[in-house]
Design a binder for this molecule. Structure first.
Ligand code: ARG
Length: 273
């Protein structure tokens, strides 16, 4: 019998994709020749927000800014742990204006924001996982940013090296199920980083490349319900076997920009988990 998992209520921050588009290509998923259907994107995004609310989570919104087509990917704007906000410093100049908009939002909500000196793309690469923070590097966020984040939060930061350009952010290759466990695709990591993950999570849910390419690892878990791309069927089955409840939400329009459910979702963690 799988365990009976208990969800924890979350506070999420999202940004409506009113100005979403693919206007530049900064990852292998993006092609400026493949237009985005904004109406469809708006519908898909609304379904995600509705699913969060239907499961008891709070969802706040940041106003979208014209000319910032990737601003819908709220996860990249910051990492918030115990109410401390570590902002972002985007690799691509095209995205840097997003930090300004999100930092202003956090300030009006009463948070102070630490702006990183090194390149750092928020929860895209810095993934709080219970007692530590898992941190990706290789394509975007730098090891210097991992050190800055550890100094800022006073929480151990575990550096992991990403090696496959399709999984350029840690949150495309791994997601946190609960404070004790994660799901990931081993092929996205260097051999040493794979070994680190095996030591930390001997009981992890392992995903195939196919599930990872369907954005199955760009999921959000509340400890019980896992908001997941419907294309990641095998992973959803493995999660069900472990007592999690997959909640399929289709964000296919966003895959054209290299993003999915988790990319569209920032989490505000106010208290120690
Ligand atoms: N087009 C965006 C970029 O390449 C997508 C960001 C996806 N966000 C994420 N958290 N993985 O930066």
């Amino acid at each position: 019998m799988p365990e009976n998992r208990v969800p924890r209520r979350r506070r999420f921050v999202v940004c409506e994709p009113r100005h979403f588009a693919v206007q530049y290509a900064i990852n292998p998923w993006m092609s400026t020749g493949r237009p985005v259907d904004v109406i469809r994107a708006l519908d898909q995004w609304q379904a995600l927000v509705d699913a969060y609310r239907a499961h008891g989570h709070t969802v706040d919104t940041v106003a979208p800014v014209p000319g910032l087509p990737d601003m819908v990917f709220a996860a990249n704007c910051a990492v918030v742990v115990e109410g401390r906000v570590f902002g972002s410093h985007f690799h691509a100049p095209e995205r840097r204006g997003e930090s300004v908009a999100y930092e202003a939002w956090f300030k009006t909500e009463g948070f102070e924001v630490q702006h990183p000196e090194a390149v750092c793309e928020g929860e895209g690469d810095l993934v709080p996982a219970g007692r530590w923070i898992l941190a990706g590097t290789g394509f975007r966020t730098t090891p210097e940013a991992h050190r800055e984040a550890q100094e800022f939060f006073g929480v151990p930061v575990i550096s992991l090296t990403l090696v496959d350009p399709y999984f350029y952010h840690l949150d495309t290759a791994l997601f946190v199920l609960d404070d004790e466990n994660v799901a990931y695709y081993p092929g996205a990591f260097s051999p040493g980083s794979r070994e680190v993950l095996e030591r930390l999570y001997p009981d992890a849910v392992i995903a195939t490349r196919e599930d990872a390419m369907a954005f199955g690892l760009n999921s959000v878990s509340d400890g019980r319900n896992v908001f997941i791309a419907p294309g990641a069927g095998e992973l959803a089955d493995r999660l069900s076997d472990r007592g999690y409840v997959p909640v399929p939400v289709d964000l296919s329009e966003f895959h054209k920009a290299g993003g999915g459910i988790k990319c569209c979702t920032q989490e505000i963690r106010e208290t120690r988990s």
